[in-house]
Design a protein. Structure first.
Length: 328
């Protein structure tokens, strides 16, 4: 088993990460590429970043030792339905020297697998967007939200940024002085925290500053909300509480009351000791008191475990998970 190697990739919109692991848990190599989501960047560019990450992970590994691989990415179904896209990924896989098969799964399943070995459970992800998914037999079974910034993604980074600006606009409409978070937003978006003598002028400038940019860029304001919440700023604290309620409500659409299966929290806003992660954990424990709530870990390692668990020599996938996936 020490000679067998599996490869896992976690492909995101801003980075692509790959890891090569033995079945005894030895990490032989890691690699990184740029954003590899074919939906966002096109299949050819995504395949180029995939190839870069794979070559980094296999720099000191004989590709012939690799028996299986898994690629986790958003929009997996779209890639699988696109012959040209799948051909581009096949070519990148072969260019890295790999001759073994690989599977493609949604990033939500990979996030789930990075947090637990349980075959059934729920994953809740909040980053730029937000989505909840129920997992059954380690397959995505049902999904809630993930509808994009225009129609959904409640509680996401985009949602936090948009709601923070909307709150600021409401304050300016009533001639109320912006609070600490509002002043930070003004400085970020307009270059000055000062409100014009006629507040409507600041409103108009703020609306123009936001609408001139792609809508998704509102997600870049989310860290300001998080930082302000850490400092106890009232508006930010209220937004974090509302975001947590939205996220748990999304999970509740597909997760029954009283469920005891694991709930895995993933995405930049829900991993680590963030105010939103704490708020979601507290609400999840209240709603599902018998369920373990876990953080997603290394997505590439989770993908590698998904690849390895179906190999004939793997008789205990749960024990293998403990070896391959360092839990957060």
């Amino acid at each position: 088993m020490s000679d067998t190697v599996v490869v896992g990739l976690d492909v995101g919109g801003t980075s692509t990460r790959a890891t090569a692991l033995t079945l005894t848990g030895e990490r032989l190599g890691t690699g990184r590429g740029g954003g590899g989501n074919p939906t966002s960047h096109g299949a050819e560019r995504a395949a180029t970043e995939l190839r870069t990450a794979l070559r980094g992970a296999l720099r000191d590994v004989d590709p012939a030792r690799v028996r299986a691989g898994t690629i986790g990415l958003a929009g997996a179904a779209r890639l699988l339905a696109d012959p040209a896209g799948r051909t581009a990924f096949d070519r990148a896989w072969a260019d890295a020297g790999l001759r073994c098969p690989y599977a493609v799964h949604g990033d939500a399943l990979v996030a789930y697998a990075s947090g637990t070995a349980a075959e059934d459970g729920t994953v809740l992800i909040a980053g730029t967007g937000a989505i909840a998914a129920r997992v059954h037999d380690l397959r995505l079974d049902r999904v809630a939200d993930g509808h994009g910034w225009l129609l959904g993604d409640a509680g996401s980074g985009f949602w936090l940024g948009r709601e923070a600006v909307r709150t600021l606009l409401a304050d300016l409409d009533t001639a109320a002085a912006p609070g600490p978070l509002g002043r930070r937003l003004l400085a970020e978006l307009l270059g000055s925290a000062e409100v014009a003598p006629r507040p409507r002028d600041t409103v108009d400038a703020l609306v123009q500053a936001v609408t001139r940019r792609p809508p998704v860029e509102l997600a870049r304001l989310a860290p300001m909300v998080v930082t302000a919440a850490v400092e106890g700023e009232p508006v930010a604290t209220a937004l974090i509480a509302e975001a947590a309620a939205h996220l748990v409500a999304s999970a509740s659409r597909i997760r029954p009351a009283g469920a005891s299966a694991p709930l895995v929290l993933g995405g930049g806003l829900l991993t680590g000791d963030t105010p939103l992660a704490r708020a979601v954990r507290a609400e999840a424990v209240r709603r599902w008191p018998d369920a373990p709530v876990r953080s997603a870990g290394d997505g590439a390692a989770g993908a590698a475990w998904l690849a390895a668990r179906d190999l004939p020599e793997v008789t205990d996938p749960v024990a293998l998970h403990a070896l391959l996936v360092p839990l957060a």
